[in-house]
Design a binder for this molecule. Sequence first.
Ligand SMILES: Cc1cc2nc3c(=O)[nH]c(=O)nc-3n(C[C@H](O)[C@H](O)[C@H](O)COP(=O)(O)OP(=O)(O)OC[C@H]3O[C@@H](n4cnc5c(N)ncnc54)[C@H](O)[C@@H]3O)c2cc1C
Ligand code: SF4
Length: 358
Amino acid sequence: MTNLCLRRLAWSCQWRSSQGDILSTGLKTMAMASFTLHRPHTLAEAVRLLEEHGAQAKLLAGGSDLVVNMRMRIETPAHIVDLSRLDELRAIEFDPACGLRIGALARLSEVAEHDIIRSRFPVIASAASQVAGPNIRNMGTVGGNLCLDTRCVYYNQSYFWRKANGFCLKKDGTVCHVAPGGRRCWAAYSGDLAPALLALDATIDIAGPRGERCVKLAEFFVNDGIKKYELAPDEIVCAVHVAPEFADWRGIYLKYRVRSSVDYPLAGVAVAARVNEAGRCEDVRMALTAVNPSPRLVKGVREMIVGQPLTPERLERVAELVRQTAKPLRTTVAASTSYRRHMVGVLAKRGLTALLTP
Ligand SMILES: Cc1cc2nc3c(=O)[nH]c(=O)nc-3n(C[C@H](O)[C@H](O)[C@H](O)COP(=O)(O)OP(=O)(O)OC[C@H]3O[C@@H](n4cnc5c(N)ncnc54)[C@H](O)[C@@H]3O)c2cc1C
Ligand code: SF4
């Protein structure tokens, strides 16, 4: 995090404390509640702080998601643990025997521009280069992108808006406005990097007071807009690994959004394929984002594609499978659910065509 941003954070706190109760008017609802900022120098110190403050603490990486949510009073942590001094989580390394390791604090712009990632793991570079706009990619980190909060039009609003329109199950309320009869949250997972990493069967390293563990990314995400991940409040995502056998897979990430300069995905599809020297596809994997509460691997694509000619009929069958995997609900007003479902099919066909057309 830059000094400028920290100054802005500090300014918000001072402004808040000098104004007393500020929740009653429009602009002032964007000020943050007070918090204590911790700036550990080591991973062990960061873990200890999380253990000490439990659910009262939040991790801060680039801050491009968390700070917005704090301003809207969606998040009101009493303690912020700033990871920006943990240089041990920043490296991007490739070893032909061990594969690719991307530290959780690597910036998205570094990932998008990294020579080895671009040339040998192109689906990751493709996804990283399409997150938001250049300034957010310079701030946003890999860990923050994976642990992004889920999004919904009834949730990503100021406290003032939510109070006036009725709180919801995810924050301060008791009912889901999207699916009123249900007891679960359908807010959409909207990170761009996760589908690309799922397409390469990535794993992540997690550190906590009970030690370190490595989990498959596919098992990390929970299909529930509130719980979101298998991550305890005192744990930190440290790095992402991609096994060496996925080096040199062809890959592409395609994204549907309203403003291509900055917006979150309304539907996103990552496709990765192993293609031999004769140009034949030997394996293919596909994953989706923004159309479910968690990013999803599409099961069955390999069986439909490998060893088969890429005909329009076959592509249409894959598109149908993809549409069945996507379950978007009315969590945004930017596009209808039927159009988002249609678009994942379109993007899946475009991705396969781009990778596998001789
Ligand atoms: C205008 C705008 C447009 C955006 N567009 C996109 C988009 O198109 N695609 C997209 O994917 N995102 C988008 N974002 C969201 C966000 O900017 C990015 O996802 C970014 O990568 C988040 O990373 P960060 O480091 O800033 O996360 P932070 O805001 O620092 O953290 C995000 C969350 O992750 C947690 N966290 C951070 N690091 C770790 C860690 N190492 N271990 C465990 N938890 C951690 C934090 O506690 C927090 O809950 C957009 C944001 C804005 C403001
Ligand atoms: S899906 Fe329902 S519970 Fe979840 S954020 Fe939206 S309105 Fe709230």
